[in-house]
Design a protein around this ligand. Structure first.
Ligand code: FAD
Ligand code: DLZ
Length: 531
């Protein structure tokens, strides 16, 4: 009989995980804290603390259920400090004859593990069945289609899952209620207190450990409030469903200068680590509609994010990697602005999104897409630099979901595979959807001059720069019509304004330059040249 070492990764904390089923006697389950995973991008300390605290609590749960568990703590003297070497060390220690692991959330690890499938100590890779779809399901949906738009995938998902379906028809007669979901916020939105989770000894120890080892990374540990056990994650789910879901839809696109979370669920981290299952979250939301406690526009909008977007980006990731990561359709090559690490900018919207990110390891979707994302798009930030930032700074960041959102949705660097047009916006958009401009030194109505919002001139510069590739796009016809009607004098003034802003923009040094070995291996994993 075989004696497997079952490696459970930091984002696989689910008791029904495929690799934990039907284990032979003598199997050893290993969870490994390793420095390499904390450093290959400079993860936010709250993200690292969340993962390590959740791993330690999960190991306890497994022990209580009778599994034989080996836990490699970060400060164990024998720890090899990288996932695969540590798994090999433990396999030798327990005389295991294979290593089993569920498909990891990053192509770099999956590829490295696949290369070991026929090694003397073979790695057996199992499919991750915690999603509604497997990469294989996505590939067969995508096969032969000209367009891979979310909307069609989502309808198929609704039919397959039966969620919000009335026989063959979508509940309420429409698939999508986004039209009702664009309300700005009232001046004083009534938001309930967030659940605060008690920090037990395990969590406190981890927070101190992270402060010691990763305290130099961007981000504060102070406001750590993430759920680190399934029980705590269920408290957050219940809080969202009861207090926030009814208003989730109508304020989904709003941005506040003061409130970081608004009516968003903050459940992505718990979902991505495996503390919650997408099915239970979607079904809990559906129940609120069926029992008359939440309106359809909110429930449909929320379910679409999980059943639609989350599954869709994962399908894209696994069927398009590793080429996907090399996409740079708009030929953007600039470094990240330094303010992404410091928050030091006079653009109020950008400053607040970065400060909220620093304090909470969180920003909601519209801040990611339309504030930090839009600014980076307009400043020609390279996909690599921007993706590394997003992967580092959010508690929920995992490459399978981060990369398509950043490279595809924000930067349009996949050439329009994911979105039919770039989400570029001027100051007018921020003014309409937020209260930032009231607190900003710039005027969103002005295009040029000292007080003009930089987003305005950058926006038109972006459109001019990409006219050849974008002006024929039917969804951009209107805006290119406006550009064509602008006289040359005005266009030139806007160009000067934008160029002057960009010339003075402080750019951060690429952190690959520090020679960090993990980072070099990470790049090498994607076939990039390492110099
Ligand atoms: P809610 O607004 O409450 O949404 C509910 C759930 O739907 C989320 O918890 C999440 O699981 C899912 N969801 C919503 N939007 C998306 C989306 N576009 N793609 C996939 N799932 C979605 N999400 C991550 O989970 N990890 C990431 O690394 C990540 N990186 C992103 C990077 C960029 C540039 C952008 C624009 C979006 C990114 N997203 C990512 C998607 C989305 O912004 C986050 O899922 C969301 O903000 C998390 O907050 P929440 O749980 O309060 O979400
Ligand atoms: C993100 C992360 C961090 C910071 N640390 C660990 C760790 O010490 N051990 C571990 O198993 N996983 C960690 N992770 C999550 C992994 O990076 C993640 O499992 C892979 O990137 C694949 O998704």
């Amino acid at each position: 009989m075989s004696r497997p070492l079952v490696l459970v990764l930091g984002d696989q904390l689910t008791t029904t995980l495929a690799s934990l089923r039907d284990l032979p006697d003598g199997a050893v389950v290993a969870l490994c804290e390793v420095a390499a995973e904390g450093r290959y991008v400079p993860h936010h300390p709250q993200k690292i603390a969340l993962i390590l605290a959740a791993m330690r609590h999960f190991a306890e749960t497994l022990r209580e259920r009778g599994y034989r568990v080996h836990y490699s703590a970060l400060d164990d003297p024998d720890n090899a400090q990288a996932l695969m070497p540590e798994a090999h060390r433990l396999a030798a220690l327990y005389a295991c004859d294979e290593i089993r692991v569920v498909r990891p959330g990053e192509w770099r690890l999956w590829q490295a593990m696949r290369e070991q499938e026929h090694a003397a100590l073979p790695w057996r890779l199992l499919e991750d069945d915690r999603f509604y779809t497997t990469p294989e399901d996505f590939a067969s949906w995508a096969s032969g289609r000209k367009s891979l738009r979310l909307e069609y995938f989502y309808r198929e998902q609704r039919r397959r899952s039966g969620l919000l379906m009335e026989g063959e028809q979508p509940a309420g007669g429409k698939w999508n209620y986004d039209h009702d979901n664009r309300e700005p916020l009232p001046r004083e939105p009534a938001l309930p207190e967030l659940p605060r989770h008690r920090h037990d000894d395990t969590t406190r120890t981890v927070i101190a450990l992270v402060a010691e080892h990763f305290g130099d990374h961007f981000g504060s540990l102070e406001g750590f409030h993430w759920p680190v056990t399934r029980r705590q994650a269920l408290v957050d789910l219940r809080h969202f469903i009861t207090h926030l879901l009814p208003d989730f839809g109508r304020h989904q696109d709003a941005i506040s200068d003061r409130e970081p979370f608004l009516f968003h669920s903050r459940l992505a981290a718990a979902l991505n680590l495996g503390l919650l299952a997408p099915r239970e979250v979607c079904e809990a939301a559906e129940r609120e509609y069926l029992e008359g406690r939440a309106p359809l526009n909110s429930v449909e909008g929320f379910i679409r994010q999980i059943l639609g977007w989350r599954e869709y980006v994962r399908g894209l990731y696994w069927t398009r990697m590793p080429d996907y990561k090399r996409g740079n359709a708009l030929a953007a090559h600039q470094a990240l602005p330094a303010c992404y690490w410091s928050g030091d900018t006079e653009l109020r919207c950008l400053k607040r999104a970065i400060e909220m990110t620093r304090d909470n390891a969180y920003a909601h979707h519209i801040q990611r897409l339309m504030v930090t994302g839009n600014f980076a798009l307009l400043c020609d930030v390279s996909p690599e630099a921007l993706c590394d930032w997003y992967l580092a700074v959010y508690a929920d960041a995992c490459e399978w979901v981060e990369l398509p959102n950043t490279l595809g949705m924000v930067l349009h660097a996949d050439g329009g595979l994911m979105g039919s047009k770039p989400y570029c916006a001027s100051g007018k958009y921020i003014d309409r959807m937020s209260d930032h401009c009231r607190h900003c030194r710039y005027d969103p109505k002005r295009m040029t001059g000292e007080d003009a919002c930089p987003l305005n001139s950058l926006y038109w510069r972006f459109l001019e720069r990409h006219a050849e590739g974008l002006s024929a796009n039917p969804r951009m016809k209107l805006i290119y019509g406006s550009l064509a009607r602008m006289n040359e004098e005005k266009r030139q003034a806007i160009r000067h304004q934008a160029d002057a802003f960009l010339a003075n923009l402080d750019r951060a040094p690429a952190w690959a330059e520090d020679g960090d070995e993990q980072r070099r291996r990470h790049l090498a994993g994607y076939g990039e040249e390492v110099v």
